[in-house]
Design a protein around this ligand. Sequence first.
Ligand SMILES: [Zn+2]
Length: 247
Amino acid sequence: MITLNYVTELSAGRRGVFDRAAARWDNVINTGFAPIDVDGDVLTGVRIDVMIEDIDGESGVLGQAGPTILRPDTDLPVAGIMQFDDADVANLEAGGSFEDVILHEMAHVLGFGTLWSRKGLIRGTGSMDPRFTGTASIREYAALDAAGGDAVPLSNTGGAGTREGHWRELIFGDELLTGFLSGDDRPLSRLSVAAFEDIGYEVDYARADPFVLPSFRELALMGITEAVRICDLCRVGRPEPVTLDHV
Ligand SMILES: [Zn+2]
C-alpha cells in the first residue's frame, strides 16, 4: 500500500490529486511487502513524503520525485519523496495537467525509470537508441509492434532525469510515461504495467488503459516534434536512493 505522508499543508483539492494517484498505482501494482522498520516507522508498503512549498517561484525547478530508501531484500522502494514548487503547481493546475503530472511522477517514486539502471535493464545507454530490456516489457512491446525490435525504445533526448527514464516520445506519443505529457488522454498502457513487473512487482494487467501506437500523423496532430520544447517534467530532480542495511 502506498501511504502518503503530507509534510506540508495541502488543500483538500491537492490532497485529492495525490490520493487518486496513489489509489491508481495501488490498483495496478501490489506495493504490499513484509514489514520493515524505517526510522521507527514500521512500513509494509511505500511511504511517500509529499511537500508543496516555495522553492524558486515560477519555472526554474519544478521539484523532485523519486525513491529515497530501498528495501534490502528486493531493492524496491520503501520510502520516497514528491516535492513541488507551489508557484509551478498553480500553473500546472491552471493548465489542467497537474493530475497527470502527479500520476506520472509517482511512477518514478515507485521505480519507473529511476531503478532501471541499477537493475541492469537498459541497453545502449548514452547512444541514440537506448532500449529497455525487461522481458515482460519486451513481450508487451511486441504486441504493440511486432517489427519494433527486440527491446523497448527509451527516450534519447532530455537531461539526466528524462533521457533513458521514459518510453520514447516519438514512438509512444501520449502514453503517460513518455518524457513529455502530450495529447489529452495519457493512457497507462500494458507496456508501462509490464515495466513494473520487470523491476520486481506483482502487477495487474487488467487495470491498464487501452493503447495502440500512434501513427506519424497522429503524433504530429498531438504537437509532438523532435525540436526542443517546453518540458515541465524535465524540471523535476531525482534523489539518489539508499538501500537499507541488513540488520
Ligand atoms: Zn518522468
